[in-house]
Ligand binder design. Structure first.
Ligand SMILES: C[S@@+](CC[C@H](N)C(=O)[O-])C[C@H]1O[C@@H](n2cnc3c(N)ncnc32)[C@H](O)[C@@H]1O
Length: 237
């Protein structure tokens, strides 16, 4: 049976769930450290796959006023506008609908891009992940920085799951549909070598790729919501 990986993200109930994380969980401590390590408050920044505005709201509160938030899902865009407007009515205008695999901004528009909480790995296959990385690379300025996370299939409680998995069409292990409060969600778990190869194929140089647990001890709500994941920080080369 074919399942559409985008369907989950288009549901208003899923958007509401993500909007709650914006107010109840906020920017993770590990995200704050990585964002402040690589982005200056005056940078022109783009968030792709912003969900309910969780990371973007946290960054705006930290003073990143050059941030634009985007998501392909109309439901996510609409709820994020509401979440941001609650904090500051002028922030609602910072949200736009954009597909990460086909961004419409001019070449070299941004100093940095963030794709928080495993968003790249919600894309259905290697080709879609490559398309997103190429699109992000195009809108970044030379030496621009991309920060994202990806669940690591060789780490933590999921590691055993992949051992006996039948390989999907693209031949890469790590695809899985998870149950959620709303509908099942597709997620790919990569390993470090696989993601490094994707970044290299699209013109990025990896600066560092620590596990979230190596960056900070995130609070219990973050650990329950997101578990352990791997940050990738890459420079447009
Ligand atoms: C796991 S959620 C992360 C949401 C948010 N970044 C956060 O940290 O809470 C993945 C997000 O990616 C978005 N997404 C999925 N496919 C996308 C695409 N092709 N272009 C842009 N966003 C996409 C979904 O709508 C969803 O908001």
């Amino acid at each position: 049976m074919h399942r559409d990986p985008k369907a989950h993200w288009r549901e208003p109930a899923t958007a509401l769930m993500y909007a709650r994380t914006a107010t109840q969980i906020g920017l993770w401590e590990s995200e704050r450290i990585m964002v402040q390590r690589y982005f200056a408050p005056t940078d022109d920044l783009l968030e792709v796959g912003c969900g309910g505005g969780r990371a973007g709201l946290g960054m705006l509160k930290l003073g990143y006023t050059g941030l634009q938030l985007t998501d392909f899902s109309e439901a996510m865009v609409s709820i994020t506008r509401g979440v941001l407007a609650d904090a500051n009515p002028t922030w609602a205008a910072l949200v736009a609908q954009q597909d990460a695999t086909a961004l419409t901004y001019a070449d070299a528009s941004f100093d940095g891009v963030i794709y928080a909480f495993n968003g790249l790995m919600c894309l259905p296959d290697r080709d879609a992940r490559l398309a997103a990385l190429r699109s992000i690379h195009r809108v970044l300025r030379p030496q621009g920085i991309l920060i994202f996370t990806a669940p690591d299939r060789e780490k933590g409680k999921n590691a055993a799951h992949w051992k006996d998995q039948t390989l999907p069409a693209d031949g890469i292990p790590g695809d899985r549909w998870h149950e959620t409060e709303t509908s099942p969600v597709f997620m790919h778990s990569s390993n470090e070598a696989e993601t490094r190869e994707l970044l290299s194929a699209t013109g990025f140089t990896v600066i560092e790729c620590p596990l979230s647990t190596e960056v900070a001890t995130d609070g219990p709500l973050v650990q329950e919501f997101a578990g352990e994941t791997r940050f990738f920080v890459a420079r447009k080369s």
